[in-house]
Ligand binder design. Structure first.
Ligand code: AMP
Ligand code: TRP
Length: 340
């Protein structure tokens, strides 16, 4: 048994494609910070190799990598305590992904709903990388023998695949080398929905900018987007069961509750009987209070790109120290030659 398997280690990543949103903050970054505060060893990654599974303009990508890193730090990631780096600086991610491409089965990847959604009707014309996306994700995690992975609800299936890959690798080679990871999908912000359509996930890539709050939006824009958010004409109910068939109302209440760090029921007790014309200004106030400091801190960090690059390079160096022996051992298990 490899001794690192017994140790708790967190890994997670965010793609630098477009602007990070309030959903990335509430569904991911906020939990990353909590795990760091709890004293767990955390490895956080700006997954730029994942971003290029769909076309990215190179200069925008360079900027988005820095901005994603700035958002991690502005949200509270301490780069001394946690490891923060971008994926392409550690080449072992791509090396292990290749090995996992040879372990994972076509049938497994064919079932991935994210691929089906992203490829849509244009499947034949999607990149091979978009199809193989989940094997790279498995390699991100398993390259560090991470045990726990905090993500939003949309990544659940990919984490199940990561477990399957670890189990199959271990079986195929008769080893107990890769850990079977535990997803951490907790809280009331695991699935934040679009502000324009409560049945659709809030996403960086949605065509409508009004559908999301970006971590670059200023106070006025945040307030405007909440004012324009789709709702219904009914007052807020007293219990969360009564929100079940009201997706837009439920989403706004969830966002409030996640920002305020109070249970949904407490929010409903406070606003029961109120119309959205009363609730929205309060939500906007809260969103501005919580998000604006992050936005302005991230902007400040962006003014020194050289420093951000240095932080990422330092993080990558620490990441390589963990990853190198694991990729070397993997090569050895598979029967490949490694550099000495
Ligand atoms: P991505 O933007 O796809 O790189 O996602 C980065 C992290 O944010 C992952 O852990 C996602 O599960 C999480 N995330 C993305 N969109 C949402 C959403 N609408 N609600 C909650 N979490 C999300
Ligand atoms: N696929 C994740 C997303 O789109 C991002 C990601 C890449 C990730 N590698 C990861 C998340 C490893 C957790 C662990 O949200």
């Amino acid at each position: 048994m490899n001794n690192t398997i017994d140790k708790k280690r967190v890994f997670s990543g965010i793609q630098p494609s477009g602007q990070l949103t309030i959903a990335n903050y509430l569904g991911a970054l906020k939990n990353f910070v909590q795990l760091q505060k709890a004293g767990t060893e955390c490895v956080y990654c700006v997954v730029d190799l994942h971003a290029i599974t769909v076309w990215q303009e190179p200069n925008e990508l360079r900027n988005a990598i820095r901005h994603a890193a700035a958002c991690f730090i502005a949200s509270g990631i301490n780069v001394e305590k946690s490891i923060l780096f971008n994926q392409s600086l550690v080449s072992a991610h791509a090396e292990l992904a290749w090995i996992f491409n040879c372990v994972a089965r076509m049938g497994w990847l064919n079932r991935m709903t994210q691929f089906k959604e992203k490829a849509g009707s244009n499947r034949e014309n999607s990149s091979v990388g978009l199809f193989a996306y989940p094997t790279l994700m498995a390699s991100d995690i398993l390259l560090y023998h991470a045990t726990h992975v905090p993500v939003g609800d949309d990544q659940k299936q990919h984490l199940e695949l990561t477990r399957d890959i670890a189990i199959k690798f271990n079986n195929d080679f008769g080893v107990e080398f890769f850990p079977v990871i535990e997803p951490i999908i907790e809280g009331n912000a695991t699935r934040i929905m679009s502000l324009r359509d409560g049945t659709k996930k809030m996403s960086k890539s949605d065509r409508s900018d009004l559908s999301r709050i970006n971590l670059t939006d200023d106070k006025d824009l945040i307030a405007k987007k909440i004012r324009k958010a789709k709702t219904d004409q009914y007052p807020l109910p007293g219990s969360s069961e009564e929100l079940e068939n009201r997706p837009e109302a439920k989403n706004l209440v969830n966002i409030y509750s996640a920002l305020a760090e109070t249970p949904t029921e407490t929010v409903l007790n406070q606003f029961e009987g109120k119309m959205f014309s009363d609730f929205k200004p309060r939500l906007a106030e809260l969103a501005v209070e919580k998000i604006s400091p992050i936005t302005s801190e991230a902007n400040k960090l962006m003014s020194d790109g050289v420093e951000l690059d240095k932080i990422l390079e330092n993080g990558a160096e620490r990441a390589r120290k963990i990853a190198d022996p694991i990729i070397r051992k993997t090569y050895e298990i598979v029967g490949l030659k490694t550099k000495s």
